[in-house]
Design a protein. Structure first.
Length: 429
C-alpha cells in the first residue's frame, strides 16, 4: 500500500504517475497480432491450434459451438437460487437498457424542412465472457442482455473452454444469446471478428478480458466495432471522517480480487483518522478472503491512500484519475458528485457498494478504465445501434437555402456540390 499526502514534496509527481496507468503492457499487442494474423489466414485450423496451446483442449471445428442439447444439459445444473438471482438481475438490467434506448425521431426546425434520427439495431454482435479464473455470470447480462434489449437479432457469446459453467450458460439462455462458443482469449476475439469456416463474423465485439483480449480488440478496431479498450479493474473511494471504515475497506477489496493482480484501489480522504482506520480494517477483512494471493498483490502494488486538504481537492483528483468505479461515502454525496469531471460509474452514499453496479443495479458494468472515462462512456443500448440522420426538404425550403449551398461550394472549390443546388433553381417539378 502506498500513502500520498497533499503537503508532502513530490505529491503532484506521484499523482501524475498514478493517472498514467496503461490499459495493457506492450507485449500483449505483439502476441495478439500474431494470433489475429494466423486466424485471418488459416481460420478454423488456427483456432483449434490456439485452443490446444492456451486452454489445453483438443477441439474439432464442429465442437467449437455448443449444441442446443449441450446448452440445455449444462444449464440444467444451475441451482434454483442462482436462477432466481440471474432473472432478477436481468430484469433490472433490461429495465435500465430500455429506459435509455435511443428512439428514432423527426421534427421540422424550418418550414418545409424535416430532420431527424433513425436508430437501427446491429444484426450480429459478439460478447466475450471471461471465465478462466472465475465465472463472470454477470458479464453475460451486462453485455448480451443489453444487446437483446437493443433489438440485436444474433448475439454470439464466447467463453473459455474451462469457463463453461452452468450459471454462465443459463445466463446466456436467459439473456438472449443465439450462439455459444467454447473459445477463449485472443483466439476467440479474432475468430468472432474476422470469421472462419464455421464462425460467421460479427459487427461488434463487447465485453471485458485480460490484457491480451484488450490488445486484440484494439487491433481489430476498424475491422469490427468495439466497446472499449478497457484495462484492469479499478475503484476509487472518496470518504470523509464520518464514513464507516468497514464499508470502505470491503469496497476497496472488492476490486482487488479480480485476478490479474494489476487492479487498482484508491482511497481519497481529508481525514487521517479515517485512512488509519481503513488500513486496520483492510488487514482484518483480507485475512478471511479466499483469493488472498491475488488480493495481496493489489494491496502491495495497486492500493493507494491519498490524504487531501479537503473534499474539493479529492473531487479534483477523482476527475483527473477518471476511475472506472467511483464511490462517494461522504455527507451530502450528491454535492461532491457534481464536482467530479470524469468517472465510469458513480456510487453515492454509504449503502451503495460498487458490487451493486457489478451485479444488479441496472447500468452496464462494462466501463472505461485506465483514465479513458475522460473520453469514453460505459456500455449502453446505443452501442448496439446504428444511427442514421434523416433529412428531407420541400422545393420551397430548398430555394431559400440554395445560396448557402452555392457559397459553400465556391468557398471549398467544390463546383459540383454548388451546382447540385443551382440546377434545382429552375429545373424539375
Amino acid at each position: 500500500m502506498k500513502r500520498l499526502c497533499y503537503d508532502h514534496s513530490g505529491f503532484e509527481k506521484s499523482l501524475a504517475a498514478l493517472y498514467g496507468r496503461p490499459a495493457y503492457p506492450p507485449e500483449a499487442e505483439k502476441a495478439a497480432n500474431e494470433v489475429i494474423s494466423a486466424i485471418s489466414e488459416r481460420g478454423d485450423e488456427a483456432v483449434a491450434e490456439y485452443a490446444a496451446k492456451f486452454d489445453k483442449v483438443n477441439l474439432k471445428p464442429s465442437e467449437f459451438r455448443l449444441s442446443k442439447e449441450e446448452i440445455d444439459d449444462i444449464a440444467s445444473d444451475c441451482s434454483r437460487d442462482n436462477r432466481r438471482a440471474i432473472k432478477r438481475a436481468l430484469e433490472n438490467i433490461r429495465d435500465f437498457a430500455l429506459r435509455t434506448k435511443p428512439r428514432s425521431w423527426t421534427g421540422s426546425p424550418r418550414p418545409g424542412v424535416m430532420v431527424g434520427e433513425k436508430f437501427t439495431p446491429m444484426r450480429r454482435v459478439g460478447a466475450y465472457i471471461p471465465g478462466g479464473t472465475a465465472p463472470l455470470v454477470s458479464t453475460v447480462l451486462h453485455t448480451a442482455g443489453i444487446a437483446a434489449a437493443a433489438g440485436v437479432e444474433e448475439i454470439v457469446a464466447a467463453t473459455p473452454p474451462n469457463g463453461v459453467h452452468p450459471e454462465t450458460i443459463y445466463a446466456m439462455k436467459q439473456a438472449g444469446v443465439t450462439e455459444i462458443y467454447r473459445l477463449g482469449g485472443i483466439y476467440a476475439i479474432a475468430a468472432m471478428a474476422v470469421g472462419t469456416e464455421t464462425i460467421s463474423p460479427v459487427e461488434k465485439i463487447v465485453g471485458p478480458g485480460n490484457a491480451y483480449v484488450t490488445a486484440a480488440k484494439k487491433l481489430l478496431f476498424g475491422k469490427v466495432s468495439i466497446d472499449l479498450v478497457a484495462g484492469p479493474s479499478e475503484i476509487m473511494v472518496i470518504a470523509d471522517g464520518r464514513a464507516n471504515p468497514a464499508f470502505v475497506a470491503a469496497d476497496l477489496l472488492s476490486q482487488a480480487e479480480h485476478g490479474s493482480g494489476l487492479e487498482q484501489a484508491v482511497l481519497v480522504s481529508d481525514s487521517t483518522k479515517l485512512l488509519n482506520a481503513v488500513e486496520k480494517e483492510l488487514e482484518r477483512q483480507k485475512a478471511v478472503l479466499p483469493r488472498l494471493a491475488t488480493v495481496d498483490r493489489v494491496v502491495e502494488n495497486g492500493m493507494f491512500f491519498i490524504k487531501t486538504k479537503d473534499l474539493e481537492q479529492a473531487c479534483k483528483i477523482a476527475g483527473d484519475y477518471a476511475p472506472e468505479h467511483l464511490e462517494i461515502q461522504t455527507e451530502d454525496p450528491d454535492k461532491y458528485a457534481k464536482l467530479v469531471s470524469a468517472a465510469g460509474a458513480i456510487f453515492l452514499a454509504d449503502w451503495t457498494p460498487e458490487s451493486c453496479g457489478d451485479f444488479s443495479a441496472g447500468p452496464s458494468h462494462v466501463l472505461p478504465t485506465a483514465g479513458s472515462a475522460k473520453s469514453f462512456s460505459g456500455l449502453s443500448t446505443s452501442a448496439f445501434m446504428r444511427r442514421s440522420s434523416i433529412v428531407k426538404y420541400s422545393r420551397t425550403a430548398l430555394q431559400r437555402e440554395i445560396d448557402i449551398i452555392e457559397h459553400f461550394g465556391a468557398m471549398e472549390r467544390l463546383a459540383a456540390h454548388g451546382f447540385a443546388g443551382t440546377v434545382r433553381k429552375s429545373n424539375g417539378k
